[in-house]
Design a protein around this ligand. Structure first.
Ligand code: ZN
Length: 405
């Protein structure tokens, strides 16, 4: 086998296509391969796939970027035939190594998809020397197509969460299949209408929104109102992450006020909000020292830790009675922000208690939140909401890509 035959094989080409010429330039750092079809070859119509194949009517020269050959950028060139179809007129035939209209081979596009799951699009652009806008078009195409092939028949537990873009000025809402740990829809804003946008999207996929049994979300009235309208059959559950967040906000308010009179609290925000298990030895020592001072912040912190214990109690009846005692303590703490947080929890009591038998775990919700953060880092430097949406689906959608056309 000669080198042309070797490249024909390496590119996975079969009749009528074969590599007919190559040019390797060390100076330009590139390898060019010319592919051609054997004379007299016949091709099916790309539109109607009519079995009666037509002979080339004329050809058009095309170039595709392919995977690098070692460090050398590789380009494929071919004259692509157009055939005259009895029903469709003159049509360019499809080539097996690229999808219609793309300037990249399928293998190159698959590489871009794999890299973009692991690193930022800006880094992929630099690595491949392809302009980021072209990479985004590849990602958009495959992500949209892969999303449409996701099987949602087992989707019963929905996680709804908000996240902000551009330092909190723009909000989006993520809708996730908690059991599959996959984001299935991203809606704009965090108003009541975003829930309906989601159910409409589900219906457009042929999925009945009533198959959703449990919804895990924040104590956010616009969501709850939207759920009451569009997802009536589901039971709402407030998960640990969002309930504890109420207490974190309360501690932050207590500390903010107290810090004015007690400088020991300066730059201690993090200590009170972080899970005690995740503190370094040094942070732990500082927290212990602060706790020995008679601080309102330290009291609010104790109330927060006490609330966290609610989720550790296995017996539901015992857990509910514990939560009631906690509520009494919190509302008698004389700390206004803590009392406010406790009352919020009381207002949404049923949803908090629903957690006990809803089979939703906190790990599901928190795991997805951190995946969304990871995804946003991959899109760093690109402000378009559309790009962000694409990358979040790519990183969190558990999509499978096939590189056939
Ligand atoms: Zn046709």
């Amino acid at each position: 086998m000669d080198e042309l035959g070797l490249f024909t094989l390496a590119l996975g080409l079969s009749k009528p296509w074969e590599v007919v010429d190559l040019k390797f330039s060390k100076e330009d750092g590139r390898l060019d391969l010319w592919i051609d079809f054997v004379k007299g070859a016949k091709f099916p119509c790309p539109s109607c796939q009519e079995t009666k194949e037509g002979e080339a009517h004329d050809t058009q020269k095309r170039t595709w970027r392919h995977l690098n050959f070692f460090q050398y950028e590789t380009y494929l060139h071919a004259r692509v035939p157009r055939i005259r179809c009895g029903s469709c007129g003159v049509k360019q035939v499809e080539v097996p190594w690229a999808r219609p209209g793309s300037g990249f081979t399928l293998l190159f596009e698959l590489l871009v998809l794999s890299l973009s799951r692991e690193m930022s699009v800006a880094a992929v652009a630099e690595m491949t020397a392809v302009h980021a806008n072209r990479l985004w078009r590849i990602l958009d195409h495959y992500v949209e197509r892969a999303r449409r092939s996701v099987d949602l028949s087992g989707f019963h537990q929905l996680g709804i969460d908000e996240f902000s873009l551009r330092k909190g000025h723009v909000y989006m809402t993520s809708f996730a299949d908690l059991e599959a740990s996959r984001v299935v829809f991203l809606g704009e804003g965090r108003k009541r209408g975003v829930i309906e946008a989601f159910t409409q999207d589900l219906e457009s996929w042929g999925v009945d929104p009533d198959q959703i049994e449990v919804i895990c979300c924040d104590m956010w009235d616009p969501y709850l109102s939207g759920i009451g309208k569009s997802l009536k059959k589901a039971r709402v559950v407030f998960d640990r992450f969002h309930v504890m967040n109420q207490l974190n906000k309360a501690i932050e308010r207590v500390r903010w006020e107290e810090q004015r009179e007690n400088k020991a609290l300066t730059r201690s925000r993090f200590l009170w909000l972080k899970n005690p298990k995740n503190l370094t030895a040094e942070q732990e020592a500082r927290l212990q020292a602060l706790k020995r001072l008679d601080l309102r912040t330290a009291r609010a912190y104790q109330i927060k830790l006490a609330l966290a214990r609610f989720w550790e109690i296995a017996d539901p009846a015992e857990a509910i009675s514990y939560l009631k005692r906690w509520y009494f303590w919190a509302t008698h703490s004389q700390l206004q922000p803590v009392i406010h947080a406790a009352r919020t929890i009381k207002n949404y009591w049923q949803g908090v208690v629903n957690f006990l038998d809803a089979r939703v775990t906190n790990g599901m919700v928190e795991g997805l939140n951190s995946k969304i953060k990871t995804a946003m880092k991959r899109a760093y430097g690109f402000k378009q909401v559309g790009y962000l949406r694409t990358i979040i689906y790519l990183v969190t959608g558990r999509l499978t890509f096939s590189y056939t056309q």
